[in-house]
Design a protein around this ligand. Sequence first.
Ligand SMILES: NC(=O)c1ccc[n+]([C@@H]2O[C@H](COP(=O)([O-])OP(=O)(O)OC[C@H]3O[C@@H](n4cnc5c(N)ncnc54)[C@H](O)[C@@H]3O)[C@@H](O)[C@H]2O)c1
Length: 437
Amino acid sequence: MKIAVVGTGYVGLVTGTCFAETGNDVICVDIDQRKVSKLSNGEITIYEPGLEKLFLRNLKEGRLNFTTDLAAGIKDAAIIFLALPTPPGEDGSADLKYILGVSKQLGHLLTDYKVIVDKSTVPVGTAEKVQAAIAENFKGDFDVVSNPEFLREGVAVEDFMKPDRVVVGTRSDRAKAVMTELYGPFVRSGNPVIFMDERSAELTKYAANSFLATKISFMNEIAQLCERLNADVDMVRRGVGSDDRIGKRFLFPGIGYGGSCFPKDVKALAKSSHDVNYDFKILKSVMEVNELQKLHLIPKIKSHFNNDLSGKHFAIWGLAFKPNTDDIREAPAFYMIDALLEMGATVSAFDPEAMANSKQVLGDKITFAEGQYEALENADALIIATEWNEFRTPDFERIGKTLKQKAIFDGRNLFDLQAIQALGFHYESVGRSAIHA
Ligand SMILES: NC(=O)c1ccc[n+]([C@@H]2O[C@H](COP(=O)([O-])OP(=O)(O)OC[C@H]3O[C@@H](n4cnc5c(N)ncnc54)[C@H](O)[C@@H]3O)[C@@H](O)[C@H]2O)c1
């Protein structure tokens, strides 16, 4: 099939590459000239495990192409995917200017039947708005389908190639047939393609992300209780997660959820609810808990240094919002960095993949270390913000020798309490007893 993907960010590039991998001819369109030049020259623009190999193979085979020219990109396509940003507007609702802007352009460009598929996360009713925006200038036949994307950054290729389920919102039989053929290779093992109406599909995505965010905030509140009741959240998590009805995943306490999806999607669903006069109380609490949790370590750090952080220097391991990605959008590390700088401290940070993106945002506000151990030099304590694998079994002797004080504040509960106690560190984490050196 001939496919166009408009928007070549995290979702668009994975979508385009994976569709090319199953033999389709894909053209990815982006307004960012630099991005398109890089991609056309075989230079990948995001860090996503396993993506580069597929990207290079399909580029070489000629099944994957990139352009800034929307008209040329969509001309021969049977399906046009929209993988455009939907950032939060000022009132928290998803800003549809990118989606509707491109839809309007499509109205001027379409000449024959095409299926326009919305892959971005969009509020209920967006498919109708896209339909109307196109129909303003194109009077022929076309269908608009909602096909929300559930991939997780860090395992995006695997998620896309072997989805748990594919949700397709359309009431058109013609579009249904196209989508069934397209997704056939991805659901050979029997996972379902779930057809529904457009509105239900749009809401499914928000419901899924909001539920996962709720699980995280719930467990973070349990962690708060554990600290006050002298219980161990790791034990509680295992006890609770072994129940099939609850499940083991998304129960890890920490310094809050971040990334480009959960924060904005929870906010947007709360706003959508408000707009239809429904007070979605749980979501408000989920957001409130997360705001507090991002700074959970700060009072602990302050108290350890007698409430005076001026002149103190901290090493931070991890800048990405989660491991295996270079995405720093809404990453908890950045909230901590801001708080530390505001209190007169200085910071040296290291992340295996997110340094370039972080430098663009932070400039010279902090120093960027060459490696995880270099970040420790002259630091009064180590703070762990992202659970990258390489931070899990570090050289504790080297950490102890390099830091000015043997103190670790761990926002991701990476280390065993007894082991770290035996090593003589001051260690504070989330929902577990503090270890005092
Ligand atoms: N990132 C994720 O993990 C993820 C997962 C599921 C769903 N989503 C949703 O998918 C959508 C895209 O997210 P993303 O993370 O890929 O965003 P992104 O910011 O990484 O990528 C968006 C791309 O669109 C391009 N763009 C903007 N305006 C354009 C235009 N007029 N024409 C062509 N290209 C244009 C940008 O240059 C950018 O490359 C969002 O709605 C998001 O909520 C994201």
